[in-house]
Design a protein around this ligand. Structure first.
Ligand SMILES: N[C@@H](CCC(=O)N[C@@H](CS)C(=O)NCC(=O)O)C(=O)O
Length: 110
């Protein structure tokens, strides 16, 4: 991964308290795994930003090296890598994801 891509990813992660690297957009996810990740975040009612890796092959490959995680989607909360959609689902079902968001001071909406 080039320093440029790494710096861009770091900047995105630093600037957005809840950030999902995904394929497509929240309204039009381009992969079932990304769609599932969006559904979980929407169920939790948390405000989040997303990055469409399909728009940038550098970020698509770079985020895998950055996180040392081979697939998309990838969730970051307050700069911390949480995991992909399987981990998100497990943490959602156990209540851990809501707890993590609360612990990090990321308020759910309404
Ligand atoms: N088990 C993974 C499934 C994610 C997955 O397999 N993603 C694939 C298809 S979207 C992927 O990122 N492949 C590499 C790529 O497309 O660059 C998860 O928990 O998120």
């Amino acid at each position: 991964m080039t320093d440029d891509v790494q710096n861009r990813i770091q900047g995105l992660v630093d600037a957005n308290p809840v950030l999902l690297f995904m394929k497509g957009s929240p309204l039009f996810p381009q992969c079932g795994f990304s769609s599932r990740a969006i559904a979980i975040l929407n169920h939790l009612g948390v405000e989040f930003e997303s990055v469409d890796v399909l728009q940038d092959q550098g970020v698509r490959q770079g985020i895998k090296a950055f996180s040392d995680w081979p697939t998309i989607p990838q969730l970051y909360v307050k700069g911390e890598f949480v995991g992909g959609s399987d981990i998100m689902m497990e943490m959602y079902e156990s209540g851990e994801l809501a707890q993590l968001l609360a612990d990090k001071g990321v308020a759910a909406q309404g």
